[in-house]
Design a binder for this molecule. Structure first.
Ligand code: SF4
Ligand code: SF4
Length: 366
């Protein structure tokens, strides 16, 4: 890669991290990675530009086919949960991309986080391709391929480490700072830099510590932000207007930056669950021990009981209610239940997805 295209790549990384909430579509279709042949592995991903470039970077030195399926320019997890990357898109990509003329086998690997939207057995039924869910992160692909498609525990689990937290902070800070900093620049230009700095600091605080704060955590974070802002204004000798802004802006930032916190992180269930306490429920009498749920759960909630050929929901407290296990269980042994015993059945999740529950059907067969 030339220095110029490396620079272009870095600029796109920065832009796409800062404006991650926006779709960044890239071309769909088949790409040859390295020098693939008819027996090379086939990998599928969505057409989110940042993801495709990360996969291509991770696969340097590997010979493979990369099939980019349409996901409306959205990342794999959000697109799968929202119905934009579903069985239908994957079947269409497999049938129309020309991959069937390039390889002799009919096996493809999807990112694990596509399991909320793509029903592997329906893909097999509709076009004869066998799907496996590979690792969560693209950087694990070479080791996964070298290991004959066996995933280690670390490859199956979503982590929310410092790097991921800072990326989410940047994704929220950039548009928020643009809007609030722009408003400040129009009304009181001198306030623009402190507003931008405060936005960056508050966003970093939200994604580094918010899930570790005691309840009521919005109040705790807002109070801490107001205290710091007031101390800064007082030590700089600011007037009544600046003091008032120091009381208002951190509260506003707390509300904005935590607005969709649950939907922006993999550490909590989606916000659509807040009003009802839906819990993942296992009907152990139905379980046949196929372990699809174990293989696709990003939070390691299940443990295998191989002697009994069943799973145990050993860590349901970790469940973020993504729905992947419910979608992939072939015998509908999993569902969501609330305290009153009311259930969200697997078929309802497969058809409507979770973040649009009851509002939108995904596709006729998707
Ligand atoms: S996918 Fe269903 S049948 Fe298979 S182990 Fe999990 S609960 Fe049991
Ligand atoms: S147990 Fe919870 S976190 Fe794990 S796959 Fe099922 S819904 Fe998702």
């Amino acid at each position: 890669m030339s220095a110029r295209s490396r620079l272009g790549d870095t600029v796109r990384d920065v832009l796409q991290t800062g404006f991650r909430m926006a779709p960044w579509p890239t071309e769909t279709g088949l790409r040859a990675v390295g020098d693939p042949g008819p027996g090379s592995p086939v990998l599928i991903t969505g057409n989110y530009d940042l993801t495709v470039r990360r996969v291509l970077r991770a696969l340097r030195g590997v010979d493979a086919w990369l099939l980019v399926a349409p996901s409306q320019g959205i990342n794999v997890w959000c697109a799968s949960s929202g119905g934009h990357l579903s069985t239908h898109q994957v079947v269409t990509a497999l049938k129309t991309s020309g991959i069937e003329e390039r390889v002799w086998h009919r096996r493809a690997i999807l990112p694990q986080l596509a399991a909320t939207g793509v029903l592997a057995r329906d893909v097999s039924r509709r076009c004869g391709w066998k799907l496996r869910f590979g690792p969560v992160y693209a950087e694990d692909l070479p080791a996964y391929l070298a290991n004959d498609g066996v995933k280690t525990d670390a490859m199956r689990h979503v982590h929310f480490g410092v790097r991921e937290r800072l990326e989410m902070a940047a994704a929220w800070a950039t548009p928020t700072a643009l809007v609030l900093g722009g408003l400040a620049a129009l009304s009181r230009p001198a306030w623009c830099p402190p507003v931008v700095v405060m936005t960056a600091l508050m966003a970093t605080a939200v994604f580094l510590v918010y899930d570790r704060l005691p309840e009521p955590r919005r109040l705790v974070l807002g109070a801490a932000g107001i205290t710091v802002a007031l101390a800064a204004v007082l030590s700089a000798g600011g007037g009544p207007g600046a003091l008032m802004a120091a009381g208002v802006v951190p509260a506003l930032l707390t509300a904005l930056l935590t607005f969709d916190y649950t939907g922006s992180t993999p550490v909590e269930g989606g916000s659509h669950f807040e009003e009802r306490h839906w819990q993942i429920a296992l009907d152990v009498d139905r379980c046949k021990g196929v372990y699809n749920c174990w293989a696709v759960c990003p939070e390691a909630c299940f443990e295998k009981r191989e002697e009994l050929r069943v799973v145990e929901l050993a860590h349901d407290d970790r469940c973020i209610r993504c729905g992947a296990c419910v979608v992939q269980c072939p015998v509908d042994a999993l569902a969501f239940e609330d305290e009153s015993g009311q259930r969200i059945e697997p078929d309802q999740i497969r058809r409507f997805k979770l973040n649009l529950l009851g509002q939108r059907r995904v596709s006729p067969e998707g």
